[in-house]
Design a protein around this ligand. Structure first.
Ligand SMILES: NC(=O)c1ccc[n+]([C@@H]2O[C@H](COP(=O)([O-])OP(=O)(O)OC[C@H]3O[C@@H](n4cnc5c(N)ncnc54)[C@H](O)[C@@H]3O)[C@@H](O)[C@H]2O)c1
Length: 353
């Protein structure tokens, strides 16, 4: 399928590389608000055409738009793509609010085009191996879990980190999608949440000394209650100078524990230990997708469109994750436990395109 990429910033490089190497996708045009940047990136990655977003949307050869803009532009660009009759796959989060996410999904449905969304790391070997183990009953009934994404924030390395401290950013909306999408894939939908959140710092500072205002919580403690019965404690923070707690997911079942490495990556290791085992066992990964395969969700979506089945990194899944995140923020603001209004099905296991 012929792909147009909108947004040629920091993350775009891996998408250009992978979308031109995956078997069913080819980038034919790219665009950015900064047209010179789009042209430079096109030259670097051998993309035949580059220019404005309007030119990209008017190009009839572009069938699917991959939207790699900053979160505040995800719905605006997505709606423009849908109105131009193109499928759209966006970086996370799907939208800043559940209402905006719903609008995009409804307009796409009316237009007869599809919405897909990052993250697609849950299609990787790590999460899929844990998925297979859970489905085989390797830890019995999942009862609880723990997630600690503790970090000092992205301004240390990102060239334009302001969006990480605006609505659509913060540790929950930025890193939460990797964890929540993986968890929904593993445990099913989230039924209710409670949370406490805050900001350790009113402003942040880049290495060059520029001050960034903070308008979102930067330390979020949440408890997720899954419809299937498990509860997961999840902490997402940009306020932690250093920590020894790994960035993975631990799931505790009635007969054992399974540990997944960082769900922001595609691979393992995956560790398993039964209640009576003397030690941990590293499980062989069940699928080949261990390297950075960002864009795999686009290729899987293209394959699904070709065969007329549902795609896995779907707007519906991303919408549920967005709804969970929004509900966590509201629960923290109000100091209450809240039901999550939406639900989602677990995507089918994934091994090959
Ligand atoms: N940087 C990472 O490591 C990383 C990793 C995973 C996901 N993401 C996600 O990818 C998205 C982009 O992140 P990034 O780090 O590449 O940001 P970035 O700021 O480096 O790049 C964003 C690009 O989008 C362009 N842009 C902004 N609004 C636009 C609009 N309305 N129309 C056209 N172009 C527009 C900007 O000019 C810029 O070139 C975000 O949603 C982020 O959460 C980033």
């Amino acid at each position: 399928m012929r792909i147009g990429v909108v947004g040629c910033g920091k993350i775009s490089g891996i998408y250009f590389k992978n979308l031109n190497n995956l078997p069913n996708t080819q980038v034919v045009r790219c665009a950015d608000l900064d047209v010179e940047r789009a042209k430079a990136v096109a030259a670097e990655h051998g993309v035949p055409a580059a220019g404005t977003v309007e030119e990209l949307l008017a190009d009839d050869t572009v069938e699917l738009v991959v939207n790699l803009t900053i979160p505040v532009a995800h719905v605006e660009v997505g709606l423009a793509a849908v109105r131009a009759g193109k499928h759209v796959y966006a970086e996370k989060p799907l939208a800043l609010t559940a209402a905006d996410g719903r609008l995009l999904i409804e307009e796409a449905a009316q237009a007869g085009v599809r919405v897909g969304s990052a993250p697609d790391t849950f299609l990787g070997a790590g999460v899929q191996t844990v998925r297979a183990l859970l489905d085989e009953g390797a830890i019995g009934t999942p009862l609880s879990g723990a997630v600690f994404m503790l970090s000092p924030g992205h301004e240390r390395w990102h060239p334009a980190p302001d969006f990480y401290y605006q609505p659509g950013g913060g540790p929950l909306f930025d890193m939460g999608p990797y964890y929540l999408t993986a968890l929904v894939n593993l445990l099913g939908p989230v039924a209710a949440v409670s949370a406490v959140a805050g900001s350790g710092f009113p402003t942040r500072r880049t290495p060059a000394g520029r001050e960034i205002p903070v308008s979102v919580p930067t330390h979020v403690n949440a408890v997720l209650e899954f419809a299937g019965g498990a509860t997961v404690t999840a902490v997402f923070s940009f306020d932690v100078p250093a920590s020894t707690i790994p960035h993975g997911i631990e799931l505790y079942g009635s007969t054992g524990t399974v540990v997944l490495d960082d769900p922001n990556h595609f691979g393992g290791p995956v560790l398993l230990r039964g209640r009576d085992d003397a030690g941990w066992r590293e499980e062989p990964l069940r699928t080949p997708w261990s390297a950075d395969s960002r864009g795999l969700g686009v290729a899987e979506m293209v394959a699904a469109i070709s065969s007329g089945r549902d795609h896995r990194a779907s707007g519906a899944l991303a919408f549920h994750v967005l709804d969970v995140m929004e509900t966590i923020h509201v629960a923290a603001e109000r100091g209450v436990r809240l039901p999550v209004g939406s639900t989602a099905s677990r995507p089918a296991p994934f091994a090959a395109l």
